[in-house]
Design a protein around this ligand. Structure first.
Ligand SMILES: Cc1ncc(COP(=O)(O)O)c(C=O)c1O
Length: 432
């Protein structure tokens, strides 16, 4: 079934199930049978078979690295064995490599409520944060500060601080509760739409309204939001953003990130890393930089075509997707996890209300690392963020309600029996 057709079947199913399904997104299963009944009515249930996951694994780490969709593997294989091996350098023209990054930006735009030429796939989030911060600061009416949350993902903090040092402005670490105060002093504020640790989601529109008063520019990190919640850059009034494609978008390990820039701002944005691929006419080999008009002006060097080909397949799987349905199911899976965690007596650090969360739920668990390893040994893959946070990512595309039920039963058993306290579960891996 083509993905277009697939999603239209989903939509029809949802319409037909109407209230029943809507209610299920709000109800929380209290038995495994009930969870199973919710799965039977899930309009996304048929997507699962397209993901290549080992049978004995329940994959709860889609917020870190999404699993491969069959379309991604097919595109990757075709790109390597046909376009590269047979088409060779000619594939820059014949296989559409030259424009692939901009084309994928256009596809991604529909998932974040942006226009096609406002999004470009390029570089990493870390690099794009720097490019955007440097392009944005001159537009903030002479303000001399870069703000970043003290609890923000480390790369955002490192980039904010290094950029501020480089150009001699102050880097302000914003403490919880001081966000609007920082915004009212202007400058550039790097902020995640969904916090990587707690899963807390912010009201982007409220931040943008506040920023407008002082002329501050918000630079959104959408890494933990894209592909799992219904983002709408236009409605939120968002001007600048970047985000990962290897998490909920399932683009593959190290898949390039994306940049979003509002159209009206684009002509005023100048990347500090102007490369030939962002030039209006790269093959004219002009000595002076002339940026492209669209968000493609943020491209720097030669794009990673093999990675982009996997991302192309991954994004095809989202074509026609209604992000509100995905968000509702991710929220419902998270609600079930939270309800069971509270019954077991575990501390939940994510917001209780689904609309205030992204796709993951985090628990604060004593001895969280060995507990994560013990879960892994039972087939439940989750991740751990030092010192004590276990995260479960609830991708709505391949996870079932029974998976969450079984996860929480297993977790309860591991905690109760202290089976986590075996030597093999204490040895730290480099990646946690
Ligand atoms: C919120 C957030 N921002 C940025 C990054 C890093 O992105 P990149 O590796 O593309 O620089 C991550 C990685 O997990 C992240 O979670």
């Amino acid at each position: 079934m083509t993905s277009d057709l697939f999603w239209s079947v989903c939509e029809t199913l949802l319409v037909n199930l109407g209230d029943v399904m809507q209610n299920n997104f709000m109800k929380i299963a209290t038995t495994r049978d009930q969870a199973s009944a919710f799965d039977a009515q899930d309009p996304l249930a048929h997507v699962r078979v397209h993901f290549k996951l080992p049978e004995d694994v329940t994959y709860l780490v889609g917020h870190s690295l999404g699993p491969p969709h069959s379309a991604a593997l097919e595109r990757l294989n075709h790109c390597a064995t046909e376009s590269w091996a047979k088409g060779l350098v000619g594939s820059w023209n014949s296989a559409g490599w030259f424009d692939l990054a901009a084309k994928l930006g256009g596809k991604l735009s529909s998932l974040i409520g942006a226009e096609q030429d406002e999004v470009m796939v390029t570089d990493t989030v870390s690099v794009n944060l720097f490019k955007l911060a440097a392009s944005a600061l001159p537009l903030t009416q002479g303000a001399r500060q870069i703000c970043v949350d003290a609890e923000e993902f480390p790369t955002d903090q490192y980039v904010a601080e290094a950029f501020a040092d480089l150009i001699g402005v102050s880097c302000r670490r914003v403490q919880p509760g001081e966000d609007f105060g920082a915004l009212s002093d202007g400058g550039v504020y790097i902020k995640s739409a969904v916090n990587y640790r707690s899963g807390e989601r912010v009201d982007m529109k409220a931040y943008e309204l506040k920023a407008r008063e002082s002329g501050a520019l918000l630079l959104w990190d959408l890494s933990h939001a894209t592909g799992v919640i219904a983002l709408d850059m236009k409605k939120a009034g968002a001007k600048l953003a970047t985000g990962c494609t290897y998490k909920y978008l399932n683009g593959g390990p190290g898949a390039p990130s994306f940049i979003y820039a509002k159209k009206s701002l684009l002509p005023k944005l100048y990347t500090p890393l102007p490369g030939w691929m962002g030039h209006a006419a790269p093959f004219e080999f002009e000595g002076r930089y002339r940026p492209r008009e669209s968000a493609a002006r943020f491209a720097s060097g030669t794009p990673p075509i093999l990675s982009l080909s996997a991302l192309q397949g991954a994004l095809e799987a989202f074509e026609g997707a209604d992000m509100k349905i995905l968000e509702a199911k991710a929220g419902a899976l998270g609600d079930l996890c939270i309800a069971r965690a509270e019954e077991i007596g575990l501390e939940v650090i994510s917001p209780r209300v689904a609309s205030k969360r992204g796709g993951h739920v985090s628990l604060k668990v004593k001895n969280g690392y060995p507990v994560t390893r013990a879960l892994h040994a039972k087939g439940f893959q989750s991740d751990f963020r030092t010192p004590d946070t276990i995260r479960f990512g609830f991708s709505p595309l391949y996870l079932r309600y029974v998976d969450v039920w079984d996860l929480m039963e297993t977790l309860s058993n591991i905690v109760e029996t202290k089976s986590w306290d075996a030597p093999e579960f204490h040895a730290r891996s480099e990646v946690t």
